[in-house]
Design a protein around this ligand. Sequence first.
Ligand SMILES: *Cc1c(COP(=O)(O)O)cnc(C)c1O
Length: 363
Amino acid sequence: MSRENTFNFSAGPSVLPDEVLEIAAAEMLDFHSCGMSVMEMSHRSSVYMDIFAETKANLKRILNVPDTHEILFLQGGASTQFSMVPLNLMGENGLADYAVTGNFASSAAKEAAKYGRVNISADTSSDGHTRIPVQAELKLSKDAKYFYYCANNTIYGTEWHYIPETGGVPLVSDMSSNILSEEIDVSKFGVIFAGAQKNMAPAGVTLVVIDKSLAGNELPITPLMLSYKRMIDKDSMYNTPPCYSIYMLGLVLKWLDKQGGIKAMAELKKEKSALLYDFLDESRLFKGCARPEARSYMNVTFTTGDKEMDALFAKEAAASGFLNVKGHRSVGGMRASIYNAQSLEAVKALREFMKDFEVKNHG
Ligand SMILES: *Cc1c(COP(=O)(O)O)cnc(C)c1O
């Protein structure tokens, strides 16, 4: 098995563009003839500060981040934001609204309940998280400090196809698995966060885009490293940032520009996901797990409805070079993650493989 004859559908960390890895490899030992690799230089050196500033500026342009908001490159993964958000935004005995549409949102709500009061605005667990609540269904609190939702549910393969209306309550969104897949109006959000390892870069850096007016109200118990205000004041460099992952993010952003930016990705994701969903809708063997109106563009979940058949599919797929199509251990079935770096060719090939498997196993 080699990279040339495999397609990687991993949910995260996930596939990166060949071109990005090739540049990283070429620059590995000696970055731009400075005598060392990016991993070996001071984060305060001028060479590194240039990488950092360029990456941040490119992200600001690509995501169209207004001057009211700050971009932070943090550590601890998206999961650390489950704590950082309530610690900084809830205030003493504060209240926050959470929409629970999957495991990650559920963990975030449980974490927030340690620091204040949590109102569950919606909970789709009784439907196996196969759907997304509609606006009218959301039970919103007037005095909530923020409304929290997970924009794309990586495990269940569902995605919010609208931005909730909260009547002025700041929106907090976990966009770990769909950031950079579609243009968004950042000014509508109080906090957007995303672990890098789905759609941006290798693991190690967590992106936070925060409305600066929300920072500075953290609870007194807030750990030193978990204050948004401190990280804003220090431009993400209170301590050593995840230097190499930020550099890799910079390379991915340059690649993204070459592809035509977010606009091109938004077009491509429709084409890629339709190839799989259209097939699933016609299939006599497979069916999609998420309800059609809630389907994710990034994570396509499906099953045969039979555990042994699912296992056989995942095994044969892997043997044929379609790697990591097994569903998350908590839900079973299959999942094809088709983030920005996933090629149309890979998706077409997977669809053909599924067709062949269906003919072989379902007459
Ligand atoms: C992967 C993922 C997480 C967890 O990310 P870590 O960086 O591993 O903490 C949280 N939310 C969503 C939506 C994810 O896809």
